[in-house]
Design a protein around this ligand. Sequence first.
Ligand code: AP5
Length: 218
Amino acid sequence: MRLVFLGAPGVGKGTQADRTAELFKIAKISTGDLLRGAVRNQTKLGLEAKGYMDQGKLVPDSVVIGLVQEKLNEAGCGNGFVLDGFPRTTPQADELGRVLGGKQLPLDRVVNFEVSREAIIKRLSGRRSCPKCQATYHIDFAPPKKDGVCDRCGEALVQRSDDRREAIETRLKVYEEQTAPLIRYYGEKQLLSRLDASGSVDAVFAKLTKVLEPYRAT
Ligand code: AP5
């Protein structure tokens, strides 16, 4: 099963990609996670990406495309994958099509997650993440058992630097200008499913699995 999850920042793609990867036993490839890992490890790529990310801007296509290509070549993707947060521009989508076409492994489905702007802002401003194991929480909708502490590894939770109000505004603007056109792009390729991503995490996952079930065997 080869999937792309599209949608505005904070719509819940990462949360649902984790569950999807676990249920269907496929790899999750999140460009945001890969880039944050590079920033944490202070690699050359991470140092280059950090400035763009903190401001809520997109990291240059050439950097991100290279990262994804590397991951797609790894053996762990043999059973399929869900791409979370990639592609985000038309050149990225063209390149993905070219790479997968070359491997004769076309995409099965692109799911566009949709919720109101108000809900997105609530989800983003309440998000907390674990800097050690990358688990994600929400102060109201998915709180940890102990306030401010990761359930999985006990590390103190932090707020992402791009979840500040100004960066959120920039991310939403960048999304409208550069990523939203991909809805039409994949619609024209007959690959798109639109998903109402309002409601609880469980309710969204129930709707999502119905959309994905027909592609399970491929
Ligand atoms: P990235 O990490 O991909 O950020 P994003 O797309 O902005 O998405 P988010 O991670 O913010 O949100 P999400 O939709 O995954 O929501 P989540 O599940 O966490 O990218 C970060 C940066 O990296 C970019 O700005 C850019 O600089 C760079 N980058 C990444 N990819 C790139 C690319 N391809 N090209 C160029 N640059 C790139 O949920 C959010 C919160 O809501 C959580 O707290 C969660 O607990 C909560 N929540 C989730 N679902 C629900 C629900 N149903 N109800 C209530 N709360 C919920």
